[in-house]
Ligand binder design. Structure first.
Ligand code: PLP
Length: 401
């Protein structure tokens, strides 16, 4: 059975993990710092904070941005639930924006209209759907009109670039960018995530929130603190005769245990070395699908203009199942019988019972609703063999004939 997505692990990944198991610490050690450094060098950003998942990354980004009850947070209606849930985690109100039918990303025009209706917007969370970066210039211009924080959900887009050429993650259009290292994503750590930022104050908040809101003595070095007395709040507890008590740390805000283990960090770092190769192969496979479905009736290829910049997390087709007179469920079942697994990205977030029961209506997002009727995600991953891809193409073309 060919699945729609999967990770790729080689001997160097296995050796890296075994090495941690044989030597050194399993969590809270220097390998986390090293991974963060390698990651920030790769994307071209000042700071990177490794966390336990993409969802944890979104949650911490919302906390660091001080989002709270009464705040409006806008994300795309076509995304995974975590992009919206993070607003709810901090008591803010998730709001959805409709998509552009071709890029499948948040439509800046729709975003502008919704911001106008709301009157105030505290944060915008654009999602780089399938690996294709959003129109960040246009989104950034709406954000600055409303003085809104921009948190990019780049869980699909590690290895991709913006139209302007910078890497996604460089935060050249945002305050923070978040990534996921779930196994179907560009690099796998089992579970894992990252937040990048060029804002040192946000970085320091993220580091503390990741670990219970605690300020401990290692942070004096990590944050290059010139005067330790200024950083500890309980000076009487922290110092004795002008010296720091060696055992002392203090919790200054409510944080979490969202740390990434050393085992996950070395796996992710080993995978990061292969990222360009992964993306290049996914790009080649995407172009092959583009060619294979160029002349097929009832099929619309999407995101074509972004092929050079996308990280190619997903390859999606729009299929007019209604005119085909086969339901999507039936189509997917028949593909399964031929050994081809596919998926649908995404069930629009407002359609999930949690959101529906809170008054969200899919009909408020007509482009997302129409795309959802037609969406089909084809298999796309690094070691998808040419013969396997040929079978996928042949099977789909057969059902469409
Ligand atoms: C767009 C998007 N955002 C956030 C997440 C959450 O990431 P994680 O599964 O690492 O928590 C995902 C994961 O599927 C995602 O696709």
């Amino acid at each position: 059975m060919i699945s729609y997505g999967k990770h790729y692990i080689d001997e160097s990944d296995i050796e890296a993990v075994v090495d941690v198991l044989r030597h050194g610490t399993l969590t809270q050690g220097r390998r986390v710092d090293k991974f963060e450094e390698a990651f920030s060098n790769y994307v071209g950003v000042q700071h990177a904070v490794a966390v336990s998942s993409g969802t944890a990354a979104l949650h911490l980004a919302c906390l660091a941005a001080d989002l709270k009850q009464g705040d409006n947070v806008i994300t795309s209606a076509n995304t995974f639930v975590a992009s919206a849930n993070c607003a709810a985690f901090v008591g803010a109100t998730p709001i959805f924006s409709d998509i552009n039918p071709v890029s499948l990303n948040m439509s800046p025009c729709d975003l502008r209209n919704r911001c106008g209706e709301l009157g105030h917007v505290e944060a915008i969370i654009p999602v780089h759907f399938g690996g294709l970066s959003c129109d960040m210039r246009a989104i950034g211009s709406v954000a600055s009109e409303y003085d809104a924080v921009v948190i990019e959900d780049a869980c699909h887009a590690l290895g991709g670039t913006y139209a302007s050429g910078e890497r996604v993650g460089s935060c050249c259009y945002s305050d923070m960018t978040v990534f996921s290292f779930h196994p179907v994503k560009a690099i796998a750590a089992g579970e894992g995530g990252m937040i990048t930022t060029n804002d040192t104050a946000l970085y320091e908040r993220l580091i503390m929130l990741r670990s219970h809101g605690i300020f401990h003595q290692k942070l004096l070095t990590d944050f290059a603190v010139a005067n330790p007395a200024e950083r500890f709040e309980s000076k009487n507890e922290a110092f004795e005769d002008g010296r720091i008590n060696p055992w002392y740390f203090e919790m200054q805000q409510l944080g979490y245990n969202y740390r990434l283990t050393e085992i996950q960090c070395v796996l992710a770092q080993s995978q990061l070395k292969k990222l360009d190769k992964f993306v290049a192969t996914r790009h080649r496979l995407a172009l092959r699908y583009d060619e294979a479905f160029a002349d097929v009736d009832l099929v619309k290829r999407v995101q074509l203009d972004g092929r050079e910049q996308s990280a190619h997390h997903l390859y999606v087709l729009r299929i007019d199942f209604q005119s085909l007179q086969i339901s999507r469920g039936d189509f997917i079942h028949r593909l399964l019988e031929m050994g081809v697994g596919t998926q649908v990205h995404y069930i629009p977030v407002p359609l999930h019972p949690y959101y529906k029961s809170r008054g969200y209506l899919l009909s408020d997002y007509p482009e997302t609703a129409s795309y959802y009727q037609q969406a089909l995600t084809l298999p796309l991953y690094y070691d998808l063999a040419d013969e396997e891809q040929a079978l996928v193409i042949e099977s789909i073309r057969l059902l469409l004939a």
